[in-house]
Ligand binder design. Sequence first.
Ligand SMILES: C[S@@+](CC[C@H](N)C(=O)[O-])C[C@H]1O[C@@H](n2cnc3c(N)ncnc32)[C@H](O)[C@@H]1O
Length: 292
Amino acid sequence: MTSDIRSTTQPPVMTDPNVPDWVNLSLPETWADRLCFRSVAGLLKFARLVLGKPQKVQVDSSDPLFADIPKYALQEFHNLPNGNYSSQISRGYITGFDVSMLGQIQAARRAMAQRVAHCNAVLDIGTGGGKLAAQVRAAGPRDVWGIDVSPYLLKHAAADHPGVSYLQAPAEAMPFASGRFDGIVACFLFHELPPKYAAQALAECHRVLRPGGQLLIAEPSENQLQRVRLRSLLRRSGWRHLYFKTLARFVHEPFVMAWHKTDKPALFARSGFTLLEHTDEIPVNFYALRKD
Ligand SMILES: C[S@@+](CC[C@H](N)C(=O)[O-])C[C@H]1O[C@@H](n2cnc3c(N)ncnc32)[C@H](O)[C@@H]1O
C-alpha cells in the first residue's frame, strides 16, 4: 500500500531519449544545397550572398525536423547562405569556422576536454559539427552527448565523430533527467542566444548537472568589440588582435553585443553556479563554473 502511494507521488524517472540514426537519415535539400561552386558565376553568387544583408532562413516549418527550432536560430548567422540549414553550407562551415579562428578554437576545445576527462557523462551543448564532443570522448568520458538545433550539423557530426550520442534539442529545453551529467561544455554557443534564452539555457544546465558538476563555457572575447585606436591595438596585441576584431565586426552575430553587455558573474550566480575561473584572451573568453 505504502509503496503504491510512493509510486504515484514521486516524479517519473526520465530516461534518455532515443538517438536518431543521423548518418542514414535523409535530410531535405534546401536552396543553399543548390549553390554551385564549380563556376565563376556560382562563386560570384556565393560572394554576393555572403556580403549581402543576412536573410531569414528558409525551411519547411511543417516538417517535424524544423518545427521546434527556436525562431531566433533561423537566421543567417555568420552570413552563411541559409545559415546552418543545408548539407552543403553547414559542411563548409564546420571547416571554415576553425580556419577563420586560426586554430585557436581547436586549442580551446582541447583544453576544455581535458578539464572533464575525469567525468563519466558529459554533454556538449551547441555541438555543431561535434568537434568538442569528440575531443571530450577521446579524453576519457564514456557517456558523451551532443545537442544542437541544426539537423544538418548533427548529421555531419554523427558521420565525422561516432561514439557520441547526438540529439536535436535547444539548450534552453533539454530532454534529459535532472542531475544526468557530471559535466557540460559549450563552445561559442551562448553569444548566439538572445539574453532571455541564454538565461534559460543556464537554468537548464543547472538542472541537468549533478551537484558539484562543472559547466565550461568558451565564448568570443569581449575585447574584440571594444573600440580601441588602431595604433594602440597593434602595439598591445599585434595583428592577431586586429584580425579577430575585424572578423567580429563583419560577421552577422545578432546577439553577440547583448552577450558582451551581460553581467556574466551576476548571471552565473543567479543561475546557481560558482565561478571557479575566468580568462579573457583574444579570441576566447573562458569560464569554468560549478553547480552549487
Ligand atoms: C558557433 S557554432 C559552435 C559549434 C561547436 N560548439 C564548435 O565548437 O564548433 C554554434 C552552434 O550552436 C548551435 N545553436 C544555436 N542556438 C542553439 C540552441 N538554442 N540550442 C542548441 N544549439 C544551438 C548552432 O546550430 C551551432 O551549431
